[in-house]
Ligand binder design. Sequence first.
Ligand code: SF4
Ligand SMILES: [Zn+2]
Ligand SMILES: [Zn+2]
Length: 318
Amino acid sequence: MSSLNLEGCNKCKMNVAVYKRNYSGEVLCRSCFLNSIENKVKKTIGKFSMVKYGDKVAVAVSGGKDSLTLLYILHKVFDYNTRGKLIAITADEGIDGYRDESLQIVKEFCSRLKIENRTLSYRDLFGLDMDESIMLRDSTKISSCSICGTFRRRAIDLLAESCGVDVVATAHNLDDHVQSFLMNTFSGDIERIGWSFPEPVEYGLHGIKKIKPFIGLYEQEIIFYALHQEIPFQSAECPYMHESIRTEVRQFLNKLEESHPGIKYNMYNSVLKISEGLKNQTSVKRSAKCLVCERQSTSEICSVCKTLQILMKKKSSR
Ligand code: SF4
Ligand SMILES: [Zn+2]
Ligand SMILES: [Zn+2]
């Protein structure tokens, strides 16, 4: 992204440009930029058949810029909310000094947009919050984000089921998507690459679909949109985030993008093709059930139950 003051907008040919989309070379004014983001989201939703008419949509909202912007755009561009078909759901991880501020931002933003917000805490659901889980784990071999991500998926699933929604929208963007591809490649998790194809698959007893309407947007574009729409968001970083390899992968890709503008966009398109090719080979195993909680799982015991067993064993031996 570059801020420009002198060039004219390529699109309307009238206004002063404020944004240069480096991967396409487009130079846009504020209004054309905002429209382009909303149109891209509409196009992604249509292209991958993410939402059917009448679907009730839950947005998984954390208080960060991406998820609040997604809620805002779905509210502004579509009429889900006026038909009572839009809700915000939030997992409270229990991270002291970090989560409280974001929960407050979510609450105020949802009340401003008149959207219902429901929250579920890890403490209520699992008997443990993130701060305690970090203390209980044996070593940093289990990263904080892998525990947190596993618990969050379950919390979001349960919230979505209890709200009776058809679709859960998460704010994964293009940067997240290509980072995850590299991380899954490094760990040899080819199945996850197949599952990451953005055309949603109904899963679980309730047949809920998970969608990622921001998958074609750069993180920088979302920040720029959020700033220009005055969307509030928490800027503090989670104290545990740098344990994950994701931070290194993010820095690596950002550095490449700086010297080769558009490289992340090219990679995104390659990842789409690869994941489309892999998705049918990985869908069968997803229908197995966990022997402990009886929810859908790829192995005999799901990752939530496995993680909880390890942490609870440690807790009871204290
Ligand atoms: S950075 Fe990691 S630990 Fe922190 S909230 Fe996100 S997933 Fe959880
Ligand atoms: Zn313009
Ligand atoms: Zn289980």
